[in-house]
Write a protein that binds this ligand. Structure first.
Ligand SMILES: *Cc1c(COP(=O)(O)O)cnc(C)c1O
Length: 457
């Protein structure tokens, strides 16, 4: 951990301690004792900043509350962890976390009819409209993760024993959302290229219909799956589903927030995104967007009446349990949103960087790309069985030799000990970092006598 990073954390924490003094005073201001304490705390922050690069004096902050290590992975290393890349916060989101960290901080100006998406200060209502527009859908809600979006839909559409179509590369949270609703998943097999096609979808629907004498209640399709990040024919699948009058849920966990997504053009009845996976937002956060047609069902309001009190809760939406992201998570999501919108326009550049890394790995003798190639996503699965795993076979640290080498070079996020099939995600890395990655992987290869095809790159 670099001293400078520690010191920056220490200064931030010192400022929080000074802020706490402000929180403890009367509205009329600091009394003389408080003034002294406040000035002492500020002086401490100042001193830390003045000695930012001084080693030895004090080690800087490494813990919170005595037991929680500060997390400096993003400051200290190049992180290629597959699920973390596009969930890294923007500076604006980090500021939002500081300013809105208190519990129900979004609720200061909540007025009748008391629902999160109606709040106009901060501009949460407008954010909901912008989210819907961003996805080209009619209406949007924020949810605690893509999985909670799936759940709202399955809870609404699926009854006990109902079949639901998912892909053979579907995420486990889709399985669980169907299971929680009492449904049964039926998987569309992938083709030889590990891609889900419209034809395979039609066949699966027919098969389910033939076997169960009923049509599936829902088709859930991942645009890019989590295993290979291969692109699946979402438009084709939507078209087929609609021919059978089955609604389609577009799983954009790996697309919403990194590339343009047009729900109407896809033909999606539901578009679901993950804030912490792809929208530079804290966990849990996500989005559920739908059409005018489906909103009254999935966003139905409560009809329940208390038998003793006769109480009713008006416009609270059942699947949202009233309100969803009631604090810093939502504000941070909103703070990142302008940058997120902007960055979806730069997807091609992200693909270029991804290809550069994949080609650089491919140049190492024996290394293969398991994902479709050329790459259409920044997440990829590579197979190093015939390269780094060969080294691991005779190395005393076995598979850990690669993680050791990588962490020594400040590269984190590759699965520790894995030298066969593993995933990496280059999303958001600068060209400088991407070049560093390739150089270092190739240097490690050469260090262990694996040949590297040096091409002009
Ligand atoms: C990560 C992921 C999810 C789950 O997203 P959460 O926002 O964590 O609920 C669902 N589907 C796919 C394809 C994913 O990659």
């Amino acid at each position: 951990m670099s001293i400078r990073v520690q010191k920056v954390f220490e200064a931030l924490f010192a400022l929080e301690d000074a802020r706490e003094v402000l929180r403890q005073t009367l509205p009329t201001g600091l009394d003389p004792d408080e003034e002294t304490v406040f000035r002492t705390k500020i002086a401490r922050a100042q001193a830390i900043l003045d000695n930012l690069d001084e080693r030895g004096s004090s080690p800087g902050a490494t813990r919170i509350a005595g037991t929680l290590d500060i997390r400096t992975r993003e400051e200290d290393t190049i992180n290629i962890q597959p699920i973390q890349a596009a969930g890294r916060l923007t500076p604006e989101a980090r500021k939002a976390l500081i300013a809105y960290g208190d519990g129900y901080s979004t609720c200061d100006a909540c007025r009748k009819p008391f629902r999160l998406d109606k709040i106009s200060r901060p501009p949460i209502a407008a954010f909901h409209e912008n989210l819907a527009k961003f996805l080209n859908m009619d209406i949007a809600r924020v949810v605690p993760g893509a999985r909670r979006g799936f759940q709202a839909v399955t809870n609404t559409l699926v009854e006990k024993g109902d079949p639901v179509i998912v892909s053979a590369l579907a995420h486990y949270t889709e399985f669980l959302a169907v299971e929680a609703a009492g449904g049964v998943v039926r998987e569309i097999p992938v083709n030889a290229q590990n891609v889900v096609t419209a034809d395979a979808t039609a066949e699966k629907i027919e098969e389910v219909h033939y076997e169960t004498r009923r049509l599936p209640k829902l088709v859930m399709i991942d645009h890019f799956d989590y295993q290979f990040a291969n692109e699946h024919d979402v438009r084709g699948v939507a078209k087929v589903a609609h021919q059978y009058d089955i609604p389609i849920l577009y799983n954009g966990a790996y697309t919403v927030g990194v590339m343009p997504v047009d729900g109407k053009a896809i033909g999606a009845d539901f578009v679901i995104g993950s804030g912490h996976k792809s929208m530079a937002s804290p966990a849990p956060s996500g989005v559920l967007a739908t059409t005018e047609e489906w909103a009254p069902e999935v966003l139905r309001t409560t009809a329940m009446v208390g038998d003793v009190t006769n109480r009713k809760f008006g416009i609270k939406e059942v699947e949202m349990l009233g309100c969803t992201l009631m604090g810093a998570n939502l504000i941070a999501m909103m703070a990142s949103f302008p940058a997120v919108k902007e960055r979806t326009m730069c997807w091609d550049e992200e693909l270029k960087k991804s290809s550069y890394v994949i080609d650089g790995l491919h140049a190492i003798e024996g290394t293969n790309v398991l994902s479709e190639y050329p790459r259409k996503h920044t997440l990829s699965k590579v197979d190093t069985t015939a390269s780094f795993d060969r080294v691991a076979c005779t190395h005393k640290r076995r598979g850990f030799f690669l993680s050791d080498e990588l962490s020594r070079r400040g590269i984190t996020g590759a699965f520790a000990g894995a030298t066969r099939a593993w995933k990496l995600n280059t999303y958001g890395l600068s060209w400088k970092k991407v070049r560093y990655l390739v150089e270092n992987f190739q240097e490690i290869a050469e260090k262990y006598d694996l040949a590297v095809r040096r091409e002009k790159q």
